[in-house]
Design a protein around this ligand. Structure first.
Ligand SMILES: Nc1nc2c(ncn2[C@@H]2O[C@H](COP(=O)(O)OP(=O)(O)OP(=O)(O)O)[C@@H](O)[C@H]2O)c(=O)[nH]1
Ligand SMILES: [Mg+2]
Length: 354
């Protein structure tokens, strides 16, 4: 849990006797809680269940396509290409996967159709791993770790903040929530409910207040009252609306002014059910505020989970979390191996692994 979040240990002037602790190099402070094997198996089972629709649209269809085929020919590869595109892997990512398969076939390193799925699986895992490489967040030496959460309307920003807050609290961090979605009154109350649930403080002002001023106040409290983590909720906005994106840039500037280096994470929340539109959301939010991490929600209700692969391949931005339901425990740290295991689980597995 929160395995990407590390705390910087700095050599401070400490009273004699505690220097060994203070001088330790960077190491995870929110140590991933070791899951018991039985617990891990049941979490994987749950992930498998929730990814059932995506598995059907991607890996089960690949199994059916390959079933009974004797050779890998142009027709088979064309059909595979169409299948992957319709499973939301996108044109560029699909081409990259197919190029890899074609190169293996040309070098005579791949001829058996039943091995094709394994090639896809390895390549996809590589994309997922590569996008998260070196992207662990390090808590600043002083002041709180500030996370700005952005995204279009209704993608699950507020819900995701509530769930992340819970994770940090469980890991012993002092968390502050900032209700900078002042656009609709219900949004503020919604965040307050999540705040109560997680047992954390929420900075809120009446709806209609300038979001920048709420953020300024939140940052002030975060810095002066010794919070470890500040999570800022922002109003949903269409990525194509220039004035709303300008407002977001202003909110970002206010954070940096109050605490140089903040926000340390700009988390873009994407609704997996929207499929390819996530790509343009990612592009435009990134241009405006510099996205450093992604949360992919609603993977439980969609066949469009292939978008995870597409996003990882197109952008080198790590997927931090995946949402597989509405409950607090349904926000999972994204683990490429686990995700691939769940996605490729099933009858075709033994065949693909041969
Ligand atoms: N099934 C499912 N539903 C989710 C998930 N994450 C969020 N939701 C639901 O999505 C709906 C919208 O969530 P919010 O958190 O209000 O979304 P938001 O982005 O804050 O919305 P705005 O503030 O209006 O832009 C809620 O009903 C959530 O319960 C998920 O992983 N799975
Ligand atoms: Mg919201």
């Amino acid at each position: 849990m929160l395995s990407w979040f590390k705390k910087k240990f700095i050599a401070k002037e400490e009273p004699a006797g505690v220097e060994a602790e203070a001088a330790r190099p960077a190491e995870p402070v929110v140590a991933p809680r070791a899951e018991e094997p039985a617990e891990r198996a049941s979490l994987l089972q749950r992930l498998q269940e929730r990814l059932a629709k995506t598995r059907e649209s991607l890996t089960a269809r690949v199994d059916r396509l390959l079933l009974g085929r004797k050779v890998i020919d142009a027709d088979l590869l064309d059909e595979l290409e169409e299948l992957l595109i319709t499973a939301d892997l996108g044109v560029t990512t699909t081409r990259a996967l197919l190029d890899r398969a074609r190169a293996l076939v040309a070098r005579k390193e791949l001829s058996d159709p039943s091995a094709l799925k394994g090639v896809l699986k390895d390549a996809i895992l590589e994309y997922l791993r590569a996008s998260g490489k070196g992207a662990e967040m390090v808590q600043p030496a002083s002041g709180p770790f500030v996370i700005m959460v952005v995204g279009v309307n209704g993608v699950g920003k507020t819900t995701t903040i509530g769930k992340i807050a819970h994770k940090f609290v469980q890991a012993g961090q002092k968390v502050l929530l900032v209700a900078a979605d002042t656009f609709r009154a219900a949004a503020i109350e919604q965040l307050q409910v999540w705040g109560e649930r997680a047992g954390v403080t929420v900075v809120a002002r009446p709806s209609g207040t300038d979001p920048s001023s709420v953020v300024y106040e939140g940052m002030e409290q975060g810095v002066t009252q010794g919070f470890d983590v500040v999570l800022v909720d922002t109003a949903g906005r269409l990525h194509t609306k220039v004035n709303l994106m300008e407002e977001l840039k202003k909110v970002r500037r206010v954070m940096a002014k109050k605490l140089p280096g903040a926000p340390h994470e700009v988390l873009l929340v994407l609704d997996a059910t929207t499929g390819q539109n996530s790509i343009s959301q990612m592009r435009l939010f990134h241009e405006a505020v510099g996205v450093t991490g992604l949360a992919l929600t609603k993977l439980d209700g969609t066949a469009r989970g292939g978008i995870v692969v597409n996003l990882s391949h197109e952008f080198h931005v790590p997927i931090r979390f995946i949402g597989i339901g509405e409950q607090t425990e349904d926000l999972r740290d994204f683990d490429p191996e686990e995700f691939i295991a769940a996605l490729f689980a099933g009858n075709g597995q033994a065949q693909a692994d041969q």
